[in-house]
Design a protein around this ligand. Structure first.
Ligand SMILES: NC(=O)c1ccc[n+]([C@@H]2O[C@H](COP(=O)([O-])OP(=O)(O)OC[C@H]3O[C@@H](n4cnc5c(N)ncnc54)[C@H](O)[C@@H]3O)[C@@H](O)[C@H]2O)c1
Length: 246
């Protein structure tokens, strides 16, 4: 088992890529904390992991709210004793072409996608620094390279990569790695919210000519969360079927 007894927090773990990551981590022996907004769905994922014979804790948490994040991390420590892995996966879109984009749409996306990562890292990094071990994975997006209608989202996803590089340099001497994953078109609620015509074009705009599955992203996240990536930090891995080959 690649994550035996490791304590892993997955934000946005109740659906999509986060949910698949929770199950993948549980299969690899991790104690999984599902931190998400929606109580019913958090409980559903927690129960599924327990039914698989794994250990899980569902916590209702809004990553854009510092008190909520601090309480979630405290509950994790009270229950499992520590935090080894943090997956900053919670993310939202509020798409609009820039001249129609409202300040509210801009702020909502920044509050969740970037400020939420700041709050989670603020709460978890001191624990990892103290123990001299940690794995943090941030979920960016192929949109970091630019995508019309997503000025707010692209800015946060590109920002996450700069954050990842800086934090990797700061935390490397403390035994903590930070990497990012940039998914392309993955079949989740977020992707299905895109108009069908655009979805079809997007899904075929890659070398593999199809959208990705949540499991394919979860496998890449697992690599960065495990000790198999022990000499890799500050990287952003495209999991996009070959859209971008930077
Ligand atoms: N699906 C794609 O094609 C795709 C592509 C590139 C990047 N991504 C990124 O992958 C991540 C997961 O996306 P997904 O497609 O699985 O999305 P999803 O909408 O299926 O799931 C996102 C989860 O995050 C939770 N969430 C939203 N706001 C939250 C908050 N404030 N606090 C806590 N939880 C919150 C939601 O409740 C939901 O369970 C996101 O960061 C997204 O930007 C997705």
């Amino acid at each position: 088992m690649r994550l035996k007894d490791k304590v892993a927090i997955v934000t946005g773990g109740a659906n999509g890529i986060g949910e698949a990551t929770c199950y993948r981590f549980a299969q690899e022996g991790a104690k999984v904390v599902i931190a998400d907004l929606k109580e019913d769905e958090v409980k559903k994922v927690e129960q599924k992991i327990k039914d698989m014979g794994g250990e899980a804790l569902g916590v209702v948490c809004n990553v854009a709210d510092k008190a909520s994040v601090d309480a979630m991390v405290q509950k994790t420590v009270d229950t499992f004793g520590t935090v080894d892995i943090l997956i900053n996966n919670a993310g939202i879109t509020r798409d609009a072409i820039f001249h129609k984009m409202t300040e509210e749409q801009w702020d909502q996306v920044f509050d969740v996608n970037l400020k939420g990562v700041f709050y989670c890292c603020k709460a978890v990094v001191p624990i990892m620094r103290d123990k001299g071990y940690g794995r943090i994975v941030n979920i960016s997006s192929v949109s970091r390279f630019g995508n019309p209608g997503q000025a707010n989202y692209s800015a946060t996803k590109a920002g996450l990569v700069g954050f990842t590089r800086t934090m990797a340099k700061e935390l490397g001497p403390k035994g903590v790695t930070m990497n990012a994953i940039a998914p392309g078109s993955i079949e989740t609620a977020m992707f299905l919210a895109v108009p069908e015509k655009i979805r079809e074009v997007a899904a075929r705009a890659n070398a593999l000519q199809r959208p990705g599955t949540v499991e394919e992203v979860a496998n890449a996240i697992l690599f960065f969360a495990s000790d198999e990536s022990s000499y890799v930090t500050g990287q952003c891995l495209q999991v996009d079927g070959g859209v971008m080959m930077p």
